[in-house]
Design a protein around this ligand. Structure first.
Ligand code: CU
Length: 514
């Protein structure tokens, strides 16, 4: 027979764990209580309140998943004081497990390497021909949709920009037959590989250019391992996008093994607002892409809580470096385009400057559940130079009429009376956030973004993407089911389990759009 004291203890336990876990079992039991935890909406100005079509947040979506399942029990969680399931620090910098440095993933070291995934890009197929892996690469003009509805005419390979990934294993012999479908001559350089010089692909210096319609076969043994890439060796073609990954898996698998192996190619383009063709001669760049897409169209990297993740980033901007920053995690820099860095020289960071034509690999334990930004930290790179918001640099009238009616047009500095200072075409018209229903639908139609907060597309722009660290059950719902997931439901569930739900406000929803 239990004492009243015990009952109180039990009630308190239920309340606490329900707030912490918000489980489907406990959720029903204390549903009323949980609802009472929701604070009134704060921080939204009156303008936002009265905006037509805006709905208040504040209501958390219903609990989803199986919060009571917890992390897998058949794996070792804690290594020398470091838990793969907690975003803690807590051990010696001399430890192999400091910040998760040498913690293995879940994948067996005997298994093949984790599949390499470059979101939104394909792999180049190959066939074994006369003792070599034979690839067919076709440089060509391609159309790439940077954002839904923004189809740009750029250069790529085999219908894709960036081109498809060439993936081989150290020691392979490869034959790559390049057939030029561009309207101009080209050559293909294998960036970072030590090859007999005739295969280096440096235009004119080492080979005759491949004329339009002609083919050239490169054939060599691959001695190295790591993150490499191929690209045209004609600068204007590079500025138009002619690049692709060349991933070489090591003969002896990387240690510790990773569960995820992601690849991202960062690029910049200058494309006039009224054009779809990149201007390769410009010194400034207004479109920024990751694997050929701009945020929020970049596809999130989705992984499971506790996994060891490798991200390989390649900067193929024509002339700008990218300070790449990851939220919520500290990563180890484990390699560059040369090869893997010895473990003793791995550097812990959460921001790393990646120069032009450099690749950098980093690894970390996904110990912090949530949706985390992974982005270049340059402001203009983060928002696509405001291409979308500011709109085209044109007026709705003629130059003469514009100059004759300057007083009725929005204008900048009118202290300069001479019309010579009144630059035609300025000021630019602020067009507001025009995200059509179609645009939003395309953004939301992808499995990888299901359950993210309703307003996330407003902030993940330009050279930005998202790392999603999801507990097993939520990962299954997002990536392995067709279940419709309410906007914000996955995020709210993570806050329920790992955060402070009483202090959390759901995002306001633009009806039917966000
Ligand atoms: Cu940048």
């Amino acid at each position: 027979m239990s004492k009243p004291h015990d009952q109180n203890e039990r009630r308190r336990f239920l309340k606490t764990s329900a707030i912490a876990a918000g489980g489907s079992l406990l959720g029903g039991l204390v549903g009323g209580h949980a609802a009472a935890q929701q604070p009134p909406m704060q921080g939204m100005g009156p303008g936002m309140d009265s905006m037509p079509g805006m709905k208040h947040g504040g209501e958390l979506p219903k609990p989803i998943g199986e919060p009571q399942a917890g992390p897998p029990t058949d794996v070792s969680d804690v290594y020398d004081g470091y838990s793969r399931f907690k975003p803690g620090r807590g051990n010696s910098p001399d430890s192999d497990y400091y910040l998760g440095k040498l913690m293995p993933g879940f994948r067996s070291p005997d298994a093949a390497p984790a599949p390499f995934v470059a979101p939104d890009l394909e792999k180049l197929p190959w066939k074994m021909v006369r003792g070599a892996k034979e690839f067919h690469l076709r440089p060509m003009a391609v159309e790439r949709e940077f954002l839904p509805g923004y189809k740009m005419n750029v250069y790529g390979y085999n219908g894709s920009m960036p081109g498809p990934t060439i993936e081989v294993t150290q020691g392979d012999r490869v034959r790559i037959i390049v057939t030029n479908e561009l309207p101009e001559a080209t050559s293909t350089h294998w960036h970072g590989l030590d090859l007999p010089v005739q295969w280096d692909g440096a235009s004119e210096l080492t080979q005759n250019l491949i004329e339009p319609g002609q083919s050239f076969a490169y054939e060599f043994d691959v001695h190295e391992e790591g993150t490499f890439f191929y690209h045209s060796h004609i600068p204007m073609q590079e500025a138009n996008g002619s690049v692709g990954f060349f991933i070489i898996h090591p003969k002896k698998p990387f240690d510790p093994p990773v569960d995820r192996d992601f690849g991202l190619i960062f690029q910049n383009f200058f494309i006039e607002p009224s054009q779809t063709i990149a201007d390769s001669w410009r010194m400034d760049w207004n479109w920024h892409t990751i694997n050929g897409r701009s945020g929020p169209f970049t596809t999130p990297l989705v992984c499971k809580h506790g996994e060891r993740v490798r991200v390989r980033i390649m900067n193929f901007a024509p002339m700008q470096h990218h300070p790449i920053h990851l939220h919520g995690h500290t990563f180890w820099i484990t390699g560059h385009e040369g090869a893997r860095v010895p473990k003793s020289a791995w550097v812990p960071r959460n921001t790393s400057l990646i120069g032009i034509a450099q690749a950098t690999d980093f690894e970390f334990i996904a110990n912090n559940p949530g949706d985390w930004m992974l982005h270049c930290h340059m402001v203009h790179h983060m928002m696509n130079h405001m291409t979308r918001q500011v709109g085209p640099r044109v007026r709705d009238t003629t130059v003469d009429r514009y100059l004759a009616n300057l007083d009725v047009h929005p204008s900048g500095d009118l202290t300069k009376e001479d019309p010579g200072f009144r630059t035609p075409g300025y000021p630019q018209k602020m067009q507001g956030m025009k995200m059509s229903d179609e645009f939003m639908q395309t953004i939301w139609n992808r499995r990888e973004v299901q359950g993210m907060r309703a307003m996330w597309p407003m902030s993940v722009m330009g050279l930005m993407t998202t790392l999603r660290v999801l507990p097993d059950d939520l990962y299954r719902i997002v990536m392995e089911s067709d279940e419709p997931v309410e906007k914000g439901a996955v995020f709210a569930e993570i806050v329920r389990r790992f955060g402070t739900p009483a202090r959390y406000e759901a995002a306001p929803k633009m009806k039917g759009r966000m």
